[in-house]
Design a protein around this ligand. Structure first.
Ligand code: IPM
Ligand code: MN
Length: 375
């Protein structure tokens, strides 16, 4: 058939406390496209509500769903099943919703398992001002590209003696080169003009020093792209003062984690609904595409599983939808991607149907309907 098979990780919206409830422990997850009727306690409404958008846009994708397992798979040492990893390896493309890692010893974070096992070495997080949605800045248009497999995320922490712990930050030439290569490749392919390597090599001389060295090596192969190095603290200040100064940013893992949240805050707006929802705000737009070895691409929403609003038809599906758009672009389905992206942005710009995190009062389903109306 002409359908493209893609792996779908619906993720979960209930979280760790469900995990502890013995036998019924199951991540109540919904594949995008599942009818909510089949799942009375809809964990994260937007997942179920997003799929109609893909169908309405006639996206030629056949989803292969994989749920988070109900027990630790010894082959992955986490709740992520080996079969689901195989599915991504086979299909080379996938979309994932948020996954909360159940609390407990003896297993790895779900997100980190996926990144490590699939070698998702570059995490690309576009961040741009949404037309018609006013924030303090209206000219943000940057991409953070984060090394995704090592650094402080290597999981090597030890107690040396009582009262003293250490954590190993691993930086390798291989991982640094490939993320730098990807950043420059991305910049060139997308007509971007500048790549900034973000670092703290004045203190982390060996680790960040090696990272920078690799970036410089790659930069030499791209004379048409301006290359600069910015120390991370200064980068934060500059981002907050004038985000338009930046174009493509490439950086080691932990810096990328922090900077991409900072960037989300630049476009997420202020003064919206307080409480837990406000945690969701800035992240709601940030979508990302993880690029792995062998051409694998796994798109994901960056925000968490928000168990407190799960099942209430309140969540903003934008990040996941735009992640889906990233995935479609990766598949070169640009017309479909444009259609969906335009419809999402138009709906937000119009302002009539916005979810609570954007100061509106629409339900997830109403927002979704409005998007479909724009398709
Ligand atoms: C992200 C998240 C993850 C990270 C967590 C959930 C492990 O914050 O994707 O940015 O720290 O990388
Ligand atoms: Mn993060």
């Amino acid at each position: 058939s002409d359908l493209i098979r893609a792996t779908l990780f619906p993720g979960d919206g209930i979280g760790p406390e469900i995990a502890s409830s013995s036998k019924r422990y199951q991540f109540m997850s919904l594949p995008i496209g599942f009818l909510s009727e089949s799942y009375p306690s809809l964990p994260i409404g937007f997942l179920s509500e997003s799929y109609p958008i893909f169908s309405a846009a006639d996206v030629p994708i056949e989803w292969e769903e994989h749920f988070v397992g109900t027990e630790v798979d010894p082959r992955t040492q986490s709740f992520v099943t080996w079969e689901s990893l195989e599915s991504v390896r086979r299909n080379k493309v996938g979309l994932k919703g948020p996954m909360a890692t159940p609390i407990g010893k003896g297993h790895r974070s779900l997100n980190l398992t996926l990144r490590k096992e699939l070698n998702l070495f570059a995490n690309v997080r576009p961040c741009y001002s949404l037309p018609g949605y006013k924030t303090r800045y209206d000219d943000v248009n940057l991409i953070t590209i984060r090394e995704n497999t090592e650094g402080e995320y290597s999981g090597l922490e030890h107690q040396v003696v009582r009262g003293v712990v250490e954590s190993l930050k691993i930086i390798t030439r291989q991982a640094s080169l490939r993320v730098a290569e990807y950043a420059f490749y991305y910049a060139k392919a997308h007509g971007r003009e500048r790549v900034s390597a973000i670092h703290k090599a004045n203190i982390m001389q060996k680790t960040d020093g090696l990272f920078l060295k690799c970036c410089r090596e790659v930069a030499e192969k791209y004379p048409e792209i301006t290359y600069e190095e910015v120390v991370i603290d200064n980068c934060c200040m500059m981002l907050v003062k004038n985000p338009a100064l930046f174009d493509v940013l490439v950086m080691p893992n932990l810096y990328g984690d922090i900077i991409s949240d900072l960037c989300a805050g630049l476009i997420g707006g202020l003064g919206l609904t307080p409480s837990r929802l406000d945690l969701l705000i800035p992240l709601a737009f940030i979508h990302s595409l993880n690029i792995g070895e062998g051409g694998i691409a796994l798109a994901e929403a960056v925000h968490g599983s928000a168990p407190d609003i799960a099942g209430k038809n309140l969540a903003n599906p934008t990040a996941l939808l735009l992640s889906g758009v990233s995935m479609l672009r990766h598949l070169e389905l640009h017309d479909k991607a444009d259609r969906i992206q335009d419809a999402v942005l138009k709906t937000i710009a119009e302002g009539k149907y916005r979810t609570a995190d954007l100061g509106g009062s629409s339900k997830t389903s109403e927002f979704t309907k409005a998007i479909i109306g724009h398709l």
